[in-house]
Write a new protein. Structure first.
Length: 201
């Protein structure tokens, strides 16, 4: 009686993976199951990055793509043990080397899906640095895709500034100084300025 449910052709399930929205819903559900903090971080990064892209007057399809990439930028962390995630950023050298694999792992999860091709570089390179000292490929400056440069600022802002316990007490000047401390080394200076203008417009 179970034969029809156990033995299905691959085409039966093909529609499930057709759209970027379906894929994103699937992975955000998995992130929520794994870690509420990881899920909430991804949602905030998507909102910050999408708003910054809109403020930069990027085309509507690019704004949407960057928003989706924000939701998916850390899906590689689904492969990491929770005990490691709970220790970020206080990782041992060995743990940090494992953690640094997550951009490639996340990009690899999506590489066979046609709907995801345009956002894969944003996911793979969101930990690259403007000065070339990032990972996984040590890209520098404008060699880093713009979407990844925007995600880098948004992710840093959320994890280091917005999510800090003292954030409600921080002044505009303190937030600006915190972001500008990475401008030209961690981040694209123009993206940094646009992000700050978006926050305080």
């Amino acid at each position: 009686m179970y034969t029809s449910s156990l033995f299905q052709s691959p085409e039966t399930f093909s529609s499930v993976r057709d759209t970027l929205e379906d894929i994103t819903l699937h992975f955000t559900y998995l992130m929520r199951l794994k870690s509420q903090a990881l899920y909430e971080h991804s949602v905030r990064v998507a909102n910050f990055a999408g708003a910054a892209a809109l403020h930069m007057h990027l085309p509507a399809n690019e704004v949407s793509l960057i928003h989706y990439a924000g939701l998916l930028h850390d899906i590689g962390l689904l492969t990491m043990p929770n005990r490691l995630l709970d220790r970020v950023p206080n990782l041992s050298t060995r743990e940090h080397q494992l953690y640094k694999k997550h951009p490639d792992l996340g990009a690899n999860m999506l590489e066979t899906n046609p709907a995801c091709q345009d956002l894969i570089p944003y996911i793979r390179f969101h930990h690259e640095r403007w000065d070339g000292a990032g990972y996984p490929k040590h890209l520098r400056s404008v060699n880093i895709p713009l979407g990844a440069r925007i995600l880098a600022v948004a992710a840093y802002y959320d994890s280091t500034i917005y999510s800090a316990p003292d954030f409600p007490q921080k002044t505009k000047s303190e937030v600006t100084q915190a972001l500008f401390s990475g401008s030209g080394t961690l981040f694209d200076p123009e993206v940094t300025i646009s992000f700050l203008n978006m926050l305080y417009r």
